[in-house]
Design a protein. Structure first.
Lengths: 302, 252
């Protein structure tokens, strides 16, 4: 590059270099377009969630008061009353479902990850994926057949069993994935110390995968917490308090369903309030579990 | 105290491919023995046969006789029993990420059902001192995770973890290959001190390292032990042409 004022190699070299580093206009436009598209998709995904929550707060907040949270429903036609028994019933049914579903799901996940590299393991995987896609009303029928028919009446236990069946496949598959993510080198480290296999699985592999497994459990929990169909002919619903496992029990989704299709304005308002309470309960229980797990983690741990 | 190792007619397979061919070797107690050779020559497989780690890989097989002290490794000894007497340090540091520094060191004892708190404290402190890590971590042993340490510190933590179960033999599979020269120097210094109490077998890609730390050196090639002798002899007057070619850098 000979300039008319004489060769100045230093600067010309510098210009060539800076020109090479300069990003062309086309690439900068493409960059902004791609970023803009990514931001847009995030907004589209978040919009319904925010809209639902905002609308629930708008419709339901006004009807939430002390009576709603502490009283049981009034007979049809009378104003007032609350959903206290349904909130309690949901807690009871979800506790039963978690007690049954979580250990079963994690246990099956451990089996699949540690010992399931065979045909039986493949069958379990397939069945659990299919179970994941079975309509929830069908699960309700199953619980009706195996619990309600035998007990001869509807019960909280039957509702819990139905929801537990729904939790198991999700927990099983996510637990398996999380356990398989634990690096092989950690298993070798434990073997190298003379630790037996069962102890290695429980104390090293399971413990390392805990936070991932908890995520799977919370996903399953949040999913079944809002289920209505499997409770229709298992827990059935109840206008009064019930703390017994073998009696029909109210649940928030059932109560919302009943009130929403009823002809009374007061019940409609209460249904909105119930929906808001249900969402708040789910979000706060997931947040609480996450907080407890995080607090137990050491500084600098992965 | 360390014990000697006797290996007779050892063969090992991955599926159908044979990785070790008729290895015969005697490791001297309380000395460091280095194993060198190009990648894939079987030296890692060999030390993994000594504590029966080889068989944890699916579809593998071992034949032959390995004697660790008075223990016949493949006859009448369970793998867990054997591994409690043989410590192992791996190529990449692998501390348990969910455990504190203290729990990492105590892991071998705790997971095998040992729980005497006071004695555990003593063992953890002593092990961390022997691996030259104590001064750097003594204030945070309970607070920090093993994974929060630097790479070199993590490897010394893994050595402490191996020492805590009071093994008689320490197997090291390229323990410095993921470390910088300063950390490597620290670990080599450590090997020098440790071999007074333990028998050490170290696999290394670094021939200078073998020459620095080991009294005996074995040269592996294509799954066979080509030559095994005093380190000095191997590096000055090897008797096999292939050994000479390898250490002078003519191949590998």
């Amino acid at each position: 590059m000979a300039s008319p004022r004489g060769p100045v190699p230093d600067t010309s070299a510098a210009t060539t270099a800076s020109r090479a580093l300069e990003i062309s206009l086309g690439r900068r436009i493409a960059d902004h377009l791609a970023t803009g598209f990514a931001v847009l998709t995030v907004l589209i995904v978040l919009a319904p969630l925010v809209a639902i929550f905002a609308y629930l707060v708008y419709k339901g907040m006004g009807s939430i008061n002390l009576a709603f949270l502490t009283h049981i429903p009034k007979p049809p036609g009378e104003l007032g009353g609350g959903m206290a028994n349904a909130i309690a019933g949901s807690v009871l049914i979800l506790a039963v479902a978690s007690l049954l579903g979580v250990p079963l799901g994690i246990g099956a996940g451990v089996y699949l990850a540690e010992y399931g590299q065979n045909r039986f393991g493949d069958t379990v995987r397939f069945v659990s994926d299919v179970l994941n896609g079975v309509p929830s009303i069908v699960i309700g029928i199953v619980a009706y057949a195996i619990v309600v028919l035998r007990q001869k009446h509807f019960s909280a236990l039957a509702g819990g069993v139905a929801l537990a069946i729904m939790m198991v496949p999700t927990i099983t598959r996510t637990s398996e994935e999380m356990l398989l993510l634990v690096p092989h080198s950690l298993r070798e480290a434990a073997y190298g110390l003379g630790v037996p296999r069962w102890r290695m699985t429980l104390s090293i592999v399971l413990r390392t995968a805990t936070s991932g497994i908890i995520t799977g459990v919370m996903l399953a929990f949040a999913r079944v917490a809002g289920e209505t169909a499997p409770l229709l002919f298992t827990a059935f619903g109840n206008q009064y308090w019930n703390w017994r496992l073998d009696q029909p029990t109210a649940a928030l989704p059932l109560q919302i369903f009943t009130y929403a299709i009823a002809p009374y304005d007061d019940w409609h308002r209460q249904a909105w309030a119930g929906a808001l309470v249900l969402i708040v309960l789910i979000v706060s229980s997931v947040a609480a579990v996450r907080y407890v797990v995080r607090r137990g983690t050491l500084g600098g741990a992965a | 105290m360390g014990v000697g190792i006797q290996v007779e007619h050892l063969n090992a397979w991955y599926g159908k491919s044979q990785a070790l061919h008729d290895i015969n070797l005697k490791v001297e107690a309380n000395h460091a023995t280095a194993l060198i050779g190009p990648s894939g020559c079987g030296k890692s497989t060999f030390i993994r046969c000594l504590n029966r780690m080889h068989e944890t890989t699916p579809d593998t097989r071992v034949e032959g006789k390995v004697t660790i002290g008075d223990l016949d490794a493949y006859n009448g000894t369970s793998p867990t029993q054997l591994r409690r007497r043989i410590g192992m340090v791996f190529q990449k540091p692998n501390p348990f990420p969910t455990m504190s520094i203290y729990d990492n060191v105590a892991a071998g004892l705790k997971l095998n059902g040992y729980s005497d708190r006071k004695h555990l404290n003593d063992i953890v402190e002593r092990s961390l001192k022997s691996s030259a890590l104590w001064d750097e971590v003594k204030d945070t042993v309970h607070k920090k995770s093993g994974a929060s340490l630097s790479g070199g510190q993590q490897q010394r933590l893994c050595i402490a973890r191996a020492l805590a179960v009071e093994p008689e033999v320490l197997l090291m599979d390229e323990p410095c290959s993921a470390l910088d020269p300063i950390s490597t120097g620290k670990i080599e210094e450590l090997i020098f001190q440790l071999k007074e109490q333990y028998t050490i077998v170290i696999v290394t890609h670094n021939m200078q390292q073998a020459a620095r730390v080991a009294e005996y050196t074995g040269f592996f090639l294509l799954g066979s032990l080509i030559e095994f002798d005093k380190t000095e002899k191997i590096f000055t007057t090897p008797s096999d042409k292939r050994t000479e070619d390898y250490i002078t850098g003519r191949f590998g």
